[in-house]
Write a protein that binds this ligand. Structure first.
Ligand code: MN
Length: 248
């Protein structure tokens, strides 16, 4: 039995190659897993569960199908889809996780985060994040008319960047000192997060003890998945188009 962790798929109708690869990933790999963790920015944009599109609904149904076949599905908010709510989770048969959140993997405490809250050098974004995550602001946001939310989402996505996907160089990286601080606070030696689009495993010291920070890759030119099983923890990239090739 294995556990799979993915993040930053940025699913959107405009990238059918990614959603097809994801659906295939569910049918081939996730179906054999005990649990699937999606650590944020699953959708490129989410303006409220009441505004779900047919495309997004098809993804929810695929997740529900997976959970009905026995794989538990956990979802964490990213900075793009922080308005994903209970209605979506119910429809998709998944459980919403707080950010940060500690789980147990192979008997070890592991800290899961989306990762944006580690990028404290982006002061403007951190301010915006505090505002957007405030329960009162979220209540107001969720109750804005649909077209106002759509306009706001477009603004937040930043028009100039919306044509091309975010490259790692355009995303502020984590603040180095922030990592051991939060890991020590949660008494973990492993942190897994996404957001920065810089897949890697970093070794570090937390209170003088060896520790690791695993960064999940974003799905763009290729897909990424971290697998945890008895052999340990391993992240692999795979070709998004493979599913298409084998179907033909
Ligand atoms: Mn993100």
């Amino acid at each position: 039995m294995s556990i799979l962790l993915i993040s930053d798929l940025h699913l959107e109708q405009e990238r059918p190659d990614i959603s097809r690869a994801f659906l295939r990933f569910l049918e081939t790999r996730a179906v054999d897993a005990q649990a699937l963790y999606i650590l944020g920015d699953f959708f490129e944009v989410w303006i409220g569960d009441d505004a779900i599109t047919p495309f997004q609904r098809s993804i929810a149904q695929a997740l529900r199908h997976l959970s009905e076949r026995g794989t538990r599905v956990y979802l964490m908010h990213g900075n793009r889809d922080f308005l994903l709510g209970n209605a979506f989770c119910q429809e998709a048969g998944c459980t919403l996780l707080p950010d940060p959140c500690v789980i147990e993997l192979n008997g070890e405490r592991v800290l899961l985060m989306h990762g944006d809250s580690l990028c404290t050098q982006d002061i403007a974004y951190m301010k915006l994040r505090r505002w957007l995550r405030n329960p009162i602001c979220q209540f107001v946001l969720r109750n804005l008319p649909l077209n106002t939310r759509q306009k706001l989402a477009r603004k937040l996505r930043n028009e100039s960047r919306s044509q091309t996907r975010m490259k790692a160089s355009e995303i502020v990286d984590v603040t180095p000192e922030e990592v051991p601080r939060i890991m020590a606070a949660h008494r973990v030696r492993t942190l897994i997060h996404g957001h920065t689009h810089r897949p890697a495993t970093h070794q570090l010291l937390v209170n003088g003890e060896p520790a690791q920070r695993i960064v999940l890759g974003d799905w763009d030119k290729q897909g990424w998945a971290l697998q945890v099983d008895r052999q340990g923890i391993q992240q692999n990239a795979f070709d998004l188009a493979v599913g298409l090739e084998t179907q033909q």
